[in-house]
Design a protein around this ligand. Structure first.
Ligand code: R5P
Length: 295
């Protein structure tokens, strides 16, 4: 194994710098800009021939980022890099994992094919696995997923008195159970009906709300924010104290963050997507997984 080079795509410089220090790897720059018509110009500013390279590119709002990551990986191979990996702290395009209506794209599969066609390995944090059990069901390259649950539990222990961990929907059960055990707290799961991208209803099936405890909502992703907003509103209407909303990936599309604050939630996220709410650092987890996949 030769010494790893790390190259951040735009916006990933801070995480790449920390990874570089943790992995004792040299961080090299990529020059990128948009042509007037929006196409991407890209150039490696260092010699990478014969070297192992990790491109760092988190994949929220992924359309433009995916093209840049693809071009960077393809170029790296073209100019002689030995193995090219992708460190994607947030892996987008995992939620469409089924054809719900005839003719729909199962985009998770197609994006997995695209990434697998140009990268040798991939490392991420808590990919959204609902109908898939593992990334290997759709990715054909070696992949490793770090899990933020222990860090989330640690944050809860340090920041919340007398918590009850609450999942906003049945899909969050896996997070909530793991986080609750490690936080020495009870947990419960709410029920979600999603009628559209921004039309969500959240309720308790079995009303055992434990209103004397501090509610901590835990989910993998906050995207439109509707799930968390409706969960916060439901909890407030039941007489709970200010809920804490914790997510691994805070995407906060549009006005999601301000709407969640207005609804009465206190928000904290992991730094897989750079955001003002980042309070839990997962870079160390990524380094560990890169080390393992490189070994
Ligand atoms: C759903 O399956 C996920 O775990 C999240 O609950 C969901 O992606 C959140 O989306 P939004 O913020 O758009 O409601």
């Amino acid at each position: 194994m030769n010494q790893l080079l790390i190259a951040p795509l735009p916006g990933n410089e801070a995480v790449a710098a920390v990874l570089g220090r943790q992995l004792n790897a040299e961080v090299v720059s990529l020059e990128t800009r948009d042509f007037p018509d929006g196409e991407t110009y890209l150039r490696f500013c260092s010699e990478i021939a014969g070297r192992d390279l990790a491109l760092v590119c988190t994949l929220d709002h992924p359309n433009t980022k995916l093209v840049a990551a693809y071009l960077a990986a393809a170029t790296a191979r073209d100019i002689g890099a030995r193995r090219v990996g992708l460190v994607a702290p947030y892996l987008g395009y995992m939620r469409q994992d089924k054809r719900f209506k005839p003719g729909e794209a199962i985009s998770s599969r197609h994006v997995a094919s695209l990434v697998s066609s140009v990268f040798d390995w991939m490392v991420t944090v808590d990919p959204h696995l609902h109908r898939y059990h593992a990334l290997g069901e759709i990715y054909t390259i070696p992949t490793r997923a770090a899990h933020a649950a222990p860090l989330i539990s640690k944050w809860i222990k340090e920041n919340v008195m007398n918590p009850v961990i609450i999942g906003p929907d049945s899909e969050s059960q896996q997070w909530v159970a793991a986080v609750a055990v490690a936080s020495d707290a009870p947990y419960t799961v709410m029920e979600k009906i999603r009628r559209g991208d921004r039309d969500v209803e959240i309720s308790f099936r079995d009303l055992d709300p434990m209103t004397d405890r501090t509610p901590v909502l835990v989910d993998d992703i906050i995207s439109s924010g509707r799930t968390m907003v409706e969960a916060v509103r439901t909890l407030r209407s039941l007489g709970f104290q200010t809920p804490t909303c914790l997510a691994v990936h805070g995407i906060f599309a549009g006005d999601a963050y301000s709407t969640l604050l207005e609804a009465g939630g206190r928000v904290a996220t992991c730094n897989t997507v750079s955001h003002i709410s980042n309070q839990i650092d997962v870079t160390n987890l990524l380094s560990e997984e890169v080390r393992k996949i490189q070994a």
